[in-house]
Design a protein around this ligand. Sequence first.
Ligand SMILES: [Zn+2]
Length: 363
Amino acid sequence: MKIITKLLDALRLDPVEESESELKISSKNIMPDAQTIYFKNGKMYDVYPTDETSWYDAKYLISDGIFYDLEDKKSLASIPVPSFKENNLFEGYGITGSLEYVLKMKAANLRNKGKIEESDCIYKRLHLFMSASDNGYQEKDYLNYSRILLREGRFEEFEVEEKRIKEYLKTVKTCGETFDFYNIKEQLMHKTLSDCKRFGTDYIMMSAHCACCEECNKLQGRVYSISGKSKIFPKLPDKIRKTGQVHEGCRHHFSAYFFHNDGEDTVFNKMGEHVDAIKASQRPFVDDRSEEEKQNYLDFLKRQESEKVKKEDEIVYYHLVKELPDIAPKSFSAYRRMKNSRSKNFLKLVEAAKEYGINIDLD
Ligand SMILES: [Zn+2]
C-alpha cells in the first residue's frame, strides 16, 4: 500500500507541477505579462496594454514578428537592425516610435533602475540602429554613450568608445549606401551632380541664410551652371564642385535646379523669400551683409567654440570628481561657474589637480 500511495503521490504531483510551468511559458507567448511594443521595419505600430501612453520602459519587444525581452542581455544582443524602409517620420508615432529612439530611451531607463549591464548592451549597438534609421543624427548623438561612460568615471571605456564610434562614422551605412560622416559635403555634391545628370539639367542652386561668412555671402542664393556654358548663370566654382562647400564647416547646401525660362524662375534669398532667379544669380559678387548679419556669424562661431570648450571641460571635471572627490565642485555646472569666475578656490583646485596629472586649461 505504502508503495502504491507513494507512486500515486508522485504521479499526481509531477504532472501538476509540469503543467503549471508549461502554462507560464505559453501564457507569456500568447498574452504578455508586461508592457509589450510591436514594430515592423523599425516603426512602432502597436502597444500592449493599449491604454499605455508611454512605452519607453516596455519589457518586451516584438520586432518583425520576433519576440525579445528588453531586460535580458542575451535577448537584447540578438535584436537585428531592421530595414527601416518606408520609415516616414510624419506618420504613426513619428520619431517617438522609431526603434532606435525607443531603444535609446529604454537604455536610459535601465540605467536609472541600476541595470547597467543591460543598458550597456543596448548602447553598444545603438549606433547601428541610428544610422540605419537615417533620422538625421549628429556626431554628438552618436557619442552620447561615450559621454555617459565619462560621467560614470569609466575613463578607459570612454576613450575606447569615442574612438570606436568616430571610426564607425567614417564608413557609416545609411539606406544601403556607405558614407564618410566627416566628409559628407563632398559626397552630397557628388550625389547632386549625378541627380542633375539623371534629370537632364545643367543647373544647381546654392542655399542662402543670414549668418554666414563674407565669402559665402557673395556666392549664396544663386543658380550656377555646372558646365559653365550658360549665358545666364555663372559657372559653378571649381572648389564647390569638388568639395561641396565654400570652406571647411560651411553650412550651405546645393541642389539640382530646373530652369524654365518663363519669367517665373525663382530662388530663395537669405531672408527665405522667393526672388527672381536670374537677377539673384547675376547680382554683383560683393559682401552685402548688414552689421546684424556679420554679428550673427560671429555669434555662431562663438557658440561653436564654447561647445568645444564645454566638451573638454566635462572630461576634466569628471576626472576631478574621481581623483579629488573632496574638493571637486558638486556639479558640472558649478565647476563651469567656478572656472568662469577664476575664483581663489578655483586656482587652488587647479594647483591640487596638477598633482594628479590633471591639467586644467585656463584658455
Ligand atoms: Zn557657407
